[in-house]
Design a protein around this ligand. Structure first.
Ligand SMILES: [Zn+2]
Length: 161
């Protein structure tokens, strides 16, 4: 049986072919201490910073399995919103408003998927949201909504009934 190798500092036993004591960082052959290397953190490139921020704020954007369905649902939601808008423009306001609201809910659900990176239903996600998620959600959902309302107003102004 081959002799074990011992660390002279912590007296740990190692198989004879072992060179370094993993507890002390000592070269068992020479007795030399191996200077502990601090893992060097390379400064992030701007793109890596963007990636880290995206991964933090909207992880869904980095997961095609999430953002592709979210994109489809969001586009579908906007289709429904436009349908609602057309109904409102046509004067069928009582039908148009709930249709547009439904479209906005579909789009908001798509935003939730993108923000959380998971297929959470909206009411689940809104419970789990952290501070900045609320901001992103509010901006993503309401700014296009406001833009749409403004656009409709301008269109209505250009073609007065
Ligand atoms: Zn040791």
């Amino acid at each position: 049986m081959a002799e074990m190798r011992h660390c002279w500092r912590c007296r740990a036993d190692y198989p004879p072919e072992t060179v370094v004591c993993v507890r002390c960082g000592i070269n068992l052959l020479t007795g030399e201490e191996i200077p502990k290397q601090e893992p060097e953190e390379a400064p992030l490139t701007p793109w890596e910073k963007v990636g880290a921020t995206v991964a933090d704020l909207t992880p869904g954007l980095l997961r095609p399995i999430v953002w592709i369905p979210a994109l489809l649902l969001g586009a579908g939601g906007w289709g429904v919103i436009v349908m609602g808008g057309m109904l409102i423009q046509a004067g069928v306001i009582l039908s148009g408003v709930p249709v547009a609201a439904l479209g906005l809910i579909l789009y908001a659900q798509a935003v939730v998927w993108t923000i959380t990176g998971q297929f959470w239903l909206m009411h689940t996600a809104l419970v789990e949201f952290e501070g900045c998620h609320w901001t992103i959600f509010a901006v993503a959902v309401f700014s296009p909504g406001i833009a749409l309302i403004l656009a409709l107003k301008i269109l209505a102004g250009m073609h007065p009934h």
